[in-house]
Design a protein around this ligand. Structure first.
Ligand SMILES: [Zn+2]
Length: 106
C-alpha cells in the first residue's frame, strides 16, 4: 500500500525542516521518514554523520537528526564527538565528548 501524506505529517515535516534547514525531509512512498543532505565533509562522515536517514517514525527521525546535529555542533567546538556517542548522550545524558553539557540543545 502506498503511503499518502496527511496534513499532520506535512506540519510535522515543516516543523522539523525549520529546525534542521541543512536537511531535505520527506516521507517515502512506503511511509518511512526520510532526510538527506549533500554537504557533508569527510570528517563529518568519519564521525558517523550520514547523508541519508530513514526511520519508521517522526519521533525516530527527530531524535536521529538531533544526534547528528549535536555531534556536528560538538565537532565545530573542537571535540572528537561522534553520532553514536551523541545518540547515547541524548538518550541518558552519558557524556559524549569534552563538549558535552556546554550546549545541550543544538
Ligand atoms: Zn559530544
Amino acid at each position: 500500500m502506498t503511503y499518502t501524506q496527511t496534513e499532520q505529517d506535512a506540519v510535522d515535516l515543516s516543523v522539523l525542516q525549520a529546525r534542521y534547514p541543512e536537511w531535505r525531509l520527506w516521507r517515502a512512498d512506503g511511509g518511512a521518514w526520510m532526510a538527506t543532505r549533500a554537504d557533508l565533509t569527510d570528517a563529518q562522515t568519519t564521525a558517523g554523520m550520514s547523508p541519508t536517514l530513514m526511520e519508521d517514525t517522526r519521533r525516530a527521525l527527530a531524535s536521529e537528526l538531533a544526534a547528528q546535529a549535536l555531534a556536528d555542533v560538538h565537532r565545530s567546538m573542537g571535540s572528537e564527538c561522534t553520532v553514536t556517542a551523541a545518540r547515547d548522550h541524548l538518550r541518558d545524558r552519558r557524556p559524549c565528548c569534552s563538549s558535552a553539557g556546554q550546549r545541550e540543545r543544538p
